[in-house]
Every structure is written in structure tokens, then in C-alpha cells.
Design a protein around this ligand. Structure first.
Ligand code: ATP
Ligand code: MG
Length: 526
């Protein structure tokens, strides 16, 4: 969805239309609570999404009924419930026809400095208004009743109309209370494409004037409060941001406010260890690139490349990290024409990417894949000028030395790499040259097709199985027989087809029989 597809959610938006969008299980809960004499509202993200014409991910309900009253009512209705009192204060999960809804009692919260995210005190309250006041942003602080009436005490509707993310109340206080809200702000910017505004005096501009990422005024965030947030929570928000439609805009806000440069923490052997989020990105801001190829500085080029790409985490991470090595003193040179260049930056970026992803506790397979994408991202462009032989040589090298255990993984890897390459190229002057972009796409398709047709890696990738080979060669040569066939298929002169593979093997064995002295003695015995 783009911002322009917003539906009309003005004052007179049809109430019946809003109610009609509620799923029946949500309506049943609202009606049951109302019938028992309680107030009940759909609240938070679902109201925001309904007013935006987006499909809500889930529906949360807020009510003045206490959890035990909610439980009793559900029991009377025969609805399954999960009492979450322990984990989430005042919240009962109601499951109807397999669909769950969180029903939470109106509550107030107070905070102290002991925790960067969780409230020190929580209490039940009787007023919807108080419950809405504790919520993070005006667009998340609205409630909707069963008649379609929207309760909006903080100007949420007006902010939706103006495409603004704005904290409820004083920003610095709200972020001092709960530091995660700063990351949520950036994440909502990334998901909705809205601008972020808050009270108080903003700081100076950030970025290149005229780009989609330019911030005329940077809001002040108490970014250092992130130090008390767990890596798990930070990563969850960062990942939601990275796969969002306007990820570049969200990342710009993170960098401009200093969040990206901050640390969060992880518990290790009983102690908290700081984990820097992504301070390595800061030097890209304002880092000049050769204007012959580039339209933006290195940071905004990175953001544009991210926004150009499919919304897949591995691709997005690869693009965040792909140019980190640029501008470093070991990489940057100034050419004879006075323009900067960063030869070999991809290798340096890959080293940095590995350290960053390990630090952020990504699993080994994910790390290896993303590091590979970063390391290889410059390989495609020169291939535009070479032939099939060079492509095959590259593929064979990566089949042998890349992070892939099977042909399917190799193909999937090259599909991702194609997207990384196109997104990167599309964030340079090449974007103005449709023919070049088409040639890039065609090259990607050619490599993927070659990987699919003729780049087996594991024995299972071959169109013959071990049993069939054992009928022709002794057991102790099976490994090298497989290796021989894989090598032949990879070289492009033998199709990976059952009959062709067996015929090729038989032919080789026959040759060896004729010239036993030159052949492998074990295979020759067969
Ligand atoms: P999403 O589409 O990601 O689910 P959401 O707005 O529903 O977005 P949730 O994390 O599900 O976000 O939270 C539900 C609601 O609870 C929010 O809309 C907001 O009103 C409130 N909320 C969530 N987290 C916070 C927070 N850290 N501080 C204040 N209010 C919060
Ligand atoms: Mg939600």
C-alpha cells in the first residue's frame, strides 16, 4: 500500500462501514461485554489500520471489565480463554473459532528509572481516557465501539490524515519511560511512510536536501536509554522496520536521532553485556561517491537500494551492510580525475557484516548467507560484458566455496543476489537507463537458470541415486563417482538427466577398461 491509497477517514466516515469491517469473533466479544453492562472497544493498531483501509494484523479489545469478569463471561459463553495475568497485566486471551483476541482491562502505568521498557507500577482504572493516555502514538491511541463511534482524545484521526506519527504527550517523558517507543516510532515511519513529529525544539537538518530521506529537522530522542533494552526487543523492531515498505525512511530516522549508533544489551552468564546496534553505518552519512555513477551519498544510496528491493530480511540486511566498507582509509582512493572510488569495498563490507550479524546474535546459516550476498554484490556488473563461460566459472566457484549445501540453496542464493544487485544498481544513475536495468535482470535470470539446470552440489542433487551407481561401481568408489558426475554436470557438458548420467558413467568405465593403467584402480575394478 502506498500513502496515496488512504481511504477517506474524515469525521463523517460511515460508522456502519467501520463496524462491518470487524470480524464476527471481535463483534461477539464486544456485544457480550456490552450486554453484561461493561464498556468494550477495539483499540490501538486495529483502529489505526481500519481507518487507514489496511487489514489489521490482530484485534485488541479494551474494557472496564476486570479480568475475572472477562473470564466468567467467556466461560458462560463457552469460549476458550488463556489467562495471561502473569505475563501481561490484566489481559485475557479469548479464542473463538480458532481466532484469538486479547481482552485487556483499562489500565494506568507509572515508570521509574529501574527499567528501560517495563512500567514500575500498573493498576486497573475505570476510564477509557486514562487507558488511551498511556499509549504510545496518537494514531495508536484511538478506540472504536460496536456502534462505530471512534474515541480519539489525542488527535489521532487528524494525524492519520496528515500522515504523522506523533507521541501522546511529551516525547522526552514518554521515551524516558519506555525506550522501546523510540524504535517503534521509527518502525511505524517505515511501515506507514508517515513523517515523525513531536513537541519541543528540534535539532538541525540531516541528509541531502531534495531526497526522499532528507529530514529538515531532527527530533531530539533520549537515544542513550536504548542501553537498557534487550537485544531481542530491539531486533524485533529493527526487523519489522527493515522489511517494511518505507524502510529507508525509518532507517534515516534511526540514524539521525542516534538510535542506530546506540547499544542495547544481552544477558550473558548472569551479566548484561552491551551490544552496539549499528554504529558502523554512521560514517556513510554524507560520504561522497563518484557522481559519474552515483546520485546520492553512500548512506542515502544505501537507503534507496533498500527501498528498491523485495521485502525479504536477508536481502534487506545485505543492502544495509553492502557498502559499509566504503570510505574507510584502507579502501578509499582518489582517482586521477579527483573523484573518490572504493575498490574492493565489498570484501571489507563482508568482514564488517559478519562481525555485526554475529554480534546481533543471528544464526550461523543466516550470517553466512548475508555475508555471501555482501561479498558478491559487485560480481554481477562486470558479467554484463562477459560470456557464458565466465558466468559458469563463477557459479562453479561459489558452488564449491560458497555457503551452500545443496543446489536448491545455491539457486535460492542467486535469486537473492540478483535482487541485491538490481536494487543496488537501481540506486545509481543506471536507474535512468531502462535498457541497462533490463539487461541486469536478464543476466540474473540467466545465472539462476544455469544454477538450476547444471549446478548440483550434493549427491541428492543428481538425477541418479547411490543404489543405481552401486550396480556399476564398488562401494569404496561411490564418493568419487558422485564427485565425477557432479563435476561433469557443473562443467556444462553433461545434462543432469538419469539416462545421460548412467550412460556417461558406463562410457567412462568402458574407457578405463580399455586403458586400465591410467584409470583409478578402484573404479577400474568395477
Ligand atoms: P502492529 O501492527 O505491529 O501489531 P500495534 O499498534 O497493534 O501494531 P502492538 O505492539 O500490537 O502494536 O500494540 C498494541 C497497542 O498497544 C498499540 O497500538 C499501542 O496503543 C499500545 N502499545 C504497544 N506498545 C506500547 C508501548 N511500548 N508504549 C505505549 N503503548 C504501547
Ligand atoms: Mg497489534
Amino acid at each position: 500500500m502506498t500513502v496515496s491509497t488512504l481511504i477517506d477517514f474524515g469525521e463523517n466516515m460511515d460508522k456502519a462501514q467501520l463496524v462491518a469491517k470487524l470480524p464476527s469473533y471481535t463483534k461477539s466479544i464486544l456485544e457480550a461485554l456490552n450486554a453484561a453492562g461493561f464498556e468494550a472497544y477495539v483499540v490501538g493498531g486495529a483502529v489505526r489500520d481500519l481507518l487507514l483501509g489496511r487489514e489489521p494484523g490482530d484485534y485488541d479489545i479494551t474494557t472496564n471489565a476486570r479480568p475475572e469478569q472477562v473470564l466468567a463471561l467467556c466461560q458462560a459463553k463457552g469460549w476458550h480463554t488463556v489467562d495471561q495475568l502473569g505475563q501481561n497485566f490484566g489481559c485475557v486471551m479469548v479464542v473463538i473459532d480458532g481466532c484469538s483476541t486479547e481482552v485487556t482491562t483499562f489500565r494506568g502505568e507509572s515508570y521509574d528509572d529501574s527499567d528501560a521498557h517495563r512500567p514500575a507500577n500498573t493498576w486497573f482504572c475505570d476510564k477509557l481516557e486514562e487507558d488511551l493516555a498511556r499509549r504510545d502514538f496518537t494514531i495508536n491511541a484511538m478506540a472504536l465501539d460496536i456502534r462505530g463511534q471512534v474515541f480519539d482524545y489525542h488527535g489521532g484521526k487528524a494525524d492519520l490524515a496528515k500522515h504523522l506519527i506523533r507521541p501522546v504527550g511529551k516525547a522526552v517523558v514518554r521515551y524516558q519511560e519506555d525506550a522501546l517507543r523510540m524504535l517503534r516510532a521509527c518502525r511505524f515511519v517505515a511501515q506507514l511512510g508517515f513523517d515523525y513529529v513531536q513537541d519541543g525544539v528540534p535539532g538541525p537538518a540531516c541528509g541531502m536536501a531534495g531526497t526522499p530521506y532528507y529530514l529538515a529537522q531532527v527530533p531530539h530522542f533520549p537515544a542513550e536509554r536504548c542501553r537498557g533494552l534487550s537485544l531481542e526487543r530491539v531486533r524485533k523492531e529493527l526487523e519489522k522496520l527493515l522489511v517494511a515498505e518505507f524502510a529507508g525512511k525509518g532507517l534515516m530516522l534511526m540514524l539521525a536521532t542516534g538510535l542506530l549508533q546506540q547499544s542495547c544489551r544481552v544477558r550473558q552468564s548472569g551479566d548484561y553485556v552491551p551490544v552496539p546496534i549499528l554504529p558502523e553505518a554512521e560514517h556513510l552519512l554524507g560520504l561522497a561517491q563518484n557522481p559519474r555513477f552515483h546520485i546520492y551519498d553512500t548512506w542515502e544510496h544505501t537507503l534507496l537500494a533498500i527501498d528498491n528491493s523485495p521485502r525479504e530480511l536477508a536481502i534487506r540486511w545485505a543492502l544495509v551492510l553492502h557498502d559499509l566498507g566504503k570510505g574507510l582509509s584502507s579502501v578509499r582512493i582518489i582517482k586521477a580525475d579527483g573523484q573518490p572510488s572504493d575498490p574492493g569495498h565489498e570484501a571489507q563490507s563482508a568482514i564488517m557484516a559478519e562481525a555485526i550479524l554475529q554480534r546481533l546474535r543471528y544464526g550461523e546459516d543466516f550470517c553466512r548467507l548475508v555475508v555471501w550476498l555482501v561479498a558478491q554484490h559487485m560480481r554481477f556488473a562486470p558479467m554484463l560484458l562477459t560470456g557464458e563461460k565466465t558466468l559458469r566459472r563463477w557459479l562453479r566457484h561459489e558452488a564449491a566455496h560458497g555457503p551452500f549445501r545443496t543446489q536448491a540453496q545455491l539457486v535460492a542464493g542467486y535469486k537473492l543476489l540478483t535482487e541485491v544487485f538490481l536494487a543496488d544498481m537501481g540506486a545509481t544513475h543506471a536507474r535512468e537507463n531502462q535498457q541497462l536495468m533490463d539487461e541486469g535482470r536478464a543476466l540474473g535470470e540467466q545465472v539462476i537458470a544455469m544454477a538450476q539446470a547444471s549446478m548440483p552440489i550434493a549427491t541428492q542433487d543428481l538425477a541418479v541415486n547411490g543404489r543405481e551407481l552401486l550396480a556399476l561401481v564398488p562401494k569404496n568408489t561411490i564418493k568419487e563417482t558422485f564427485a565425477y558426475l557432479i563435476e561433469r554436470v557443473q562443467s556444462g557438458n553433461l545434462p543432469n538427466e538419469h539416462d545421460a548420467l548412467l550412460a556417461a558413467l558406463k562410457k567412462k568405465l568402458a574407457r578405463q577398461e580399455r586403458r586400465p593403467e591410467k584409470s583409478n584402480p578402484d573404479i577400474a575394478k568395477a
